[in-house]
Design a protein around this ligand. Structure first.
Ligand SMILES: O=C([O-])CC(=O)C(=O)O
Ligand SMILES: [Mg+2]
Length: 231
């Protein structure tokens, strides 16, 4: 691909990736300390699940809220990778050419629902894919992050640091994940890959203020509202 084409695809993906109706492919248990804190085994292969485009919520938009069936809404701060060029069966060597940039993300999780799903051997869709379950920062162009495996990602609740991780501790690297995911489902321009959370996940309460950041790159702020009423 020419440099001009690469620049065009990057610019296109920079345009509000969260409004493009694209999927978020999420990786679970990609940090050993987080797998351990929830008493999960270390994965031999990436654990994957999906969030629909209706999961995205923007910083200046509506507040975060637990869905009606959840009484333990957890925060999980994660580095998001924004796909700039579609592909399937992308090699690890070519993987970074398909990256347009990054976003800071929260994989908001209905933890009690997830535990119930796990114990019944059911998928995690209710726990992970509800409306507003994926707060995202502005798009961060690739050029602003020379090494995505050398980032400090953190989250504070009401001014108290809860999560403080480093992307060098991912079990599966970004090129590995792009290769693995694209061998299962086509990655499209504007798709987001959530790369897993470091340890320190915990429940949020109505009225909490969440501030998360990638040190030296971006911060974002969200308020937690009352749980959604049962329809
Ligand atoms: O819910 C979980 O523990 C799995 C997950 O999303 C993560 O590790 O980021
Ligand atoms: Mg997660």
């Amino acid at each position: 691909m020419s440099a001009a084409t690469a620049a065009t695809t990057t610019a296109a993906a920079a345009l509000r990736f969260w409004e493009r109706g694209r999927k978020a492919v999420c990786v679970g248990r990609n940090y050993a300390e987080h797998a351990r804190e929830l008493n999960n085994p270390l994965p031999q292969e990436p654990v994957l699940f999906l969030k629909p485009p209706t999961a995205y919520v923007r910083e200046q938009g509506r507040p975060l809220r637990a869905p009606w069936f959840c009484s333990s809404l957890h925060h999980e701060v994660e580095l998001g990778v924004v796909v700039g060029r579609a592909g399937s069966c992308i090699s690890q060597a070519a993987a970074m050419e398909h990256v347009a940039g990054y976003a800071l993300c929260l994989d908001m999780t209905a933890r009690d629902t997830q535990e119930a799903c796990k114990s019944k051997g059911l998928p995690w869709t209710l726990a992970k894919a509800f409306d507003g379950s994926c707060p995202v920062s502005d798009f961060i162009p690739k050029e602003r992050i020379p090494d995505p495996h050398d980032l400090n990602i953190w989250l504070e609740v009401n001014g108290q640091r809860r999560q403080d991780g480093h992307t060098s501790n991912m079990i599966f690297s970004i090129p590995f994940l792009i290769n693995y995911i694209s061998s299962i489902m086509t990655l499209e321009e504007g798709d987001l890959i959530l790369t897993g959370t470091p340890s320190g996940v915990a429940a949020v309460q109505e009225g909490d203020e969440l501030v998360a950041g990638i040190s030296g790159v971006v911060t974002m702020r969200f308020r937690v509202a009352a749980r959604a009423p049962r329809p």
